[in-house]
Write a protein that binds this ligand. Structure first.
Ligand code: HEC
Ligand code: HEC
Length: 465
C-alpha cells in the first residue's frame, strides 16, 4: 500500500492541519480543457473519466517542472489542481484559522467576504467525476464555502455530545480513512453498538445513508448520532441550545441560514455540506485509466503530436503516466479480475464510487445467534434479511476493519470471504458464489484495491468557535 500511506501525514488531534495529502497542497496549475477526438473506447466500467468532458476555468499557467527520475518509489508529484475538480480543493477544508476559539472578529471577517456565500459548482476529482450525474442533495442544500466551514467546525466539535467527549470525527476520523479502526463505533461512556463505522466521504454520490439505508438523506443522517444514546447521547434540544449559546456559531448560522438560525435542521444541513466535500482523490488506478484510454484513442506518434496540438491533454497524459507507475503488475491483473465475470466484483461495486448503492446479503454475521436484520428492519421484507448497503472501495485500504460488523480485519480476509462464496444462509445474494481463484488471483485483487488509494485533501480539525 504505497501511495496512500506515503503521503498521509500524521495528525495532530488537538488541531493542527491534517496533512493527509501534503503534496496536494503544492498545486501546480495547468489547464485541461478536455478535447477527446473520439469517445472513450472502454465500456467495461463507468469509472474512467475520459468519457466525461471537463472544462476547467482556471487561467492557464505553465506547469511547474518537476524532476523525478523514473520509478514508482518516488514521492508523489504535486497534483495539478484541475485534477481535483472544485470539491477536492484543499482550501475548502482548511478552516478559518487553526487555533480555538476563533475570535468574533475572525468569524465576522470571514462571513463578510461575499465569496464564502457563492454556490460552488460541483466538479469532482478525476475518477469520481464520472459519477457526477449521481450527485445528491446539492439542489436542496447548495454548497457554499461558509456552510462547508460551519459543517467542518460542527463535525470536529465534541460539545455536540451530552458530556463534551464525542464528536463525529471520533468515529469517522480523517486519520482512519474517515472510519475508525475499532470493530464498532465507540460512543459516550465507552458504549459500543453492533455496527462498524462506515466511511463519511464520497457521500455526495450516495442517497440513503446507514448500512441499512434507513436515513433518506445525508441531512437526515447527520442529526441521528447527536441524539443516539450510545453515540453522542444528547438531545436535539440540548445540542441546539449549546450551539446557540456559542456566539461564533450563532453568528454563522444567522448569516448562512437567515430565516432559520440555529435549528437541528440547519445543523444537519451544515454537517451534510461538509461531508459532501469529503471526496476521494485520484488514485493510481484512475491515472492508469487515463493512460490506457489515451493510448487507445491515439497512436504513439499522435500522442507525441499532442504536445503541440493539445498541450493540456498532453500534460494530463504525462502526469497520469508518471503517477500510474504506482499501479503494479499485480494491481493491473487484479483490475481485470475485479471487472471480470470470474470474480464479478462489479456486479455490486460498480460506477465511479464502486457501489451500486443497493443492499445485498453476503452472509456476514449470519452465523451469529441473533443476526443483524440489516435492510429488513427498514423494508420489513423477509428477502432483505441480512442485506447491507454496498460500501465504496475507494480508499478502502485506509479504513479497516471491514463489513457492517467490522468482523473482517484485512482486505485479504475479505477476498477469502468472497472466494468461499460468502456464508450460506437462506437470503444469500444470488450474485455471491464460490469463486475459482488461485492464490495469485487473490493477491492481485488485494493489490487492485490498494491501487484505489488516493488519500484526501488535508482537513483542519481545530479552529472552532
Ligand atoms: C459512536 C460512534 C459514532 C459517532 C459519534 C458518529 N457516528 Fe456516524 N456512524 C457510526 C456507525 C456505527 C454508523 C453505521 C450505523 C448503521 O448503519 O446503523 C454510522 C453511520 C454514518 C453515516 C452513514 C454512511 C453510509 O455509508 O451510509 C454517516 C454519513 C455518518 N455516520 C456521519 C456521522 C456524523 C456527521 C456524525 C456526527 C454528527 C457521526 N456520524 C457520529 C458511528 C458513529
Ligand atoms: C452481491 C454484491 C457484491 C459483490 C458481488 C461483491 N461485493 Fe463487496 N460488498 C458488498 C456488500 C453488500 C458489502 C457489505 C456487506 C456487509 O457488511 O454485510 C461489501 C463489502 C466489501 C468490502 C468491505 C468494505 C468496507 O468498507 O467494509 C470490500 C473490500 C469488498 N466488498 C470487496 C469486494 C470484492 C473484491 C469483490 C469481488 C471479489 C466484491 N466485493 C464483490 C457487495 C458485493
Amino acid at each position: 500500500m504505497r501511495m496512500g500511506m506515503d503521503i498521509s501525514g500524521r495528525i495532530n488531534r488537538d488541531g493542527a492541519i491534517q496533512s493527509v495529502f501534503v503534496m496536494g497542497l503544492v498545486l501546480s496549475t495547468l489547464v485541461f480543457t478536455h478535447g477527446c477526438k473520439k469517445p472513450a473506447t472502454s465500456t467495461e466500467d463507468a469509472t474512467t473519466d475520459t468519457g466525461v468532458s471537463i472544462e476547467f476555468e482556471t487561467p492557464a499557467t505553465p506547469q511547474e517542472k518537476v524532476d523525478r527520475p523514473d520509478g514508482a518509489s518516488q514521492a508523489p508529484l504535486p497534483i495539478p489542481q484541475e485534477l481535483l475538480g472544485t470539491l477536492g480543493l484543499p482550501e475548502l477544508t482548511a478552516g478559518i484559522a487553526a487555533e480555538s476559539p476563533l475570535s468574533i472578529d475572525q468569524i465576522r471577517a470571514w462571513l463578510d467576504n461575499p465569496r464564502q456565500h457563492e454556490t460552488l459548482e460541483v466538479l469532482l476529482p478525476v475518477g469520481l467525476q464520472a459519477g457526477v450525474a449521481n450527485v445528491q442533495g446539492v439542489d436542496k442544500n447548495p454548497l457554499t464555502r461558509a456552510k462547508i466551514e460551519l459543517g467542518r467546525q460542527l463535525y470536529f466539535d465534541r460539545r455536540l455530545s451530552a458530556d463534551n467527549t464525542v464528536s463525529c470525527a471520533d468515529c469517522h476520523h480523517p486519520d482512519d480513512g474517515y472510519g475508525r479502526h475499532t470493530q464498532f463505533g465507540v460512543g459516550i461512556n465507552g458504549q459500543m453498538g453492533n455496527r462498524n463505522s462506515p466511511v463519511s466521504y464520497n457521500r455526495i454520490l450516495s442517497g440513503p445513508q446507514f448500512w441499512d439505508g434507513r436515513a433518506a438523506s445525508l441531512e437526515e443522517q447527520a442529526v441521528g448520532p447527536i441524539a443516539n444514546p450510545i453515540e453522542m447521547g444528547n438531545t436535539h434540544e440540548k445540542a441546539v441550545a449549546t450551539v446557540r449559546d456559542i456566539e461564533g456559531y450563532r453568528r454563522q448560522f444567522e448569516k448562512i441560514f437567515p430565516d432559520e438560525g440555529v435549528t437541528i435542521e440547519t445543523i444537519g444541513k451544515a454537517l451534510a455540506t461538509f461531508e459532501r466535500v469529503l471526496v476521494s482523490y485520484p488514485t493510481p488506478y484512475d491515472y492508469y485509466e487515463i493512460v490506457r484510454n489515451t493510448q487507445a484513442q491515439y497512436a504513439e506518434d499522435e500522442i507525441a503530436d499532442l504536445e503541440q496540438d493539445e498541450p493540456e491533454l498532453f500534460a494530463r497524459y504525462q502526469f497520469a503516466r508518471s503517477e500510474s507507475r504506482n499501479m503494479s503488475e499485480s494491481a493491473i491483473r487484479g483490475r481485470t479480475l475485479f471487472f471480470s465475470e470470474k470474480a464479478a466484483c462489479t456486479a455490486c461495486h460498480a460506477g465511479a464510487n464502486f457501489t451500486d448503492e443497493l443492499y445485498h446479503n453476503l452472509g456476514v454475521g449470519m452465523d451469529q445467534e441473533n443476526p443483524d436484520p440489516g435492510r429488513m428492519a427498514v423494508t420489513k421484507l423477509e428477502k432483505d434479511r441480512g442485506a447491507f448497503k454496498t460500501p465504496t472501495v475507494r480508499n478502502v485500504a485506509l479504513s479497516a476493519p471491514y463489513m457492517h460488523d467490522g468482523s473482517q480485519k484485512t482486505l485479504e480476509e475479505v477476498v477469502e470471504w468472497y472466494a468461499k462464496g460468502g456464508h450460506p444462509n437462506p437470503h444469500l445474494s444470488e450474485k455471491v458464489k464460490k469463486l475459482d481463484l488461485t492464490d495469485q488471483d487473490k493477491k492481485d485483487l488485494v493489490a487492485f484495491m490498494h491501487s484505489l488509494t488516493g488519500g484526501f485533501a488535508p482537513v483542519q480539525s481545530g479552529g472552532l468557535p
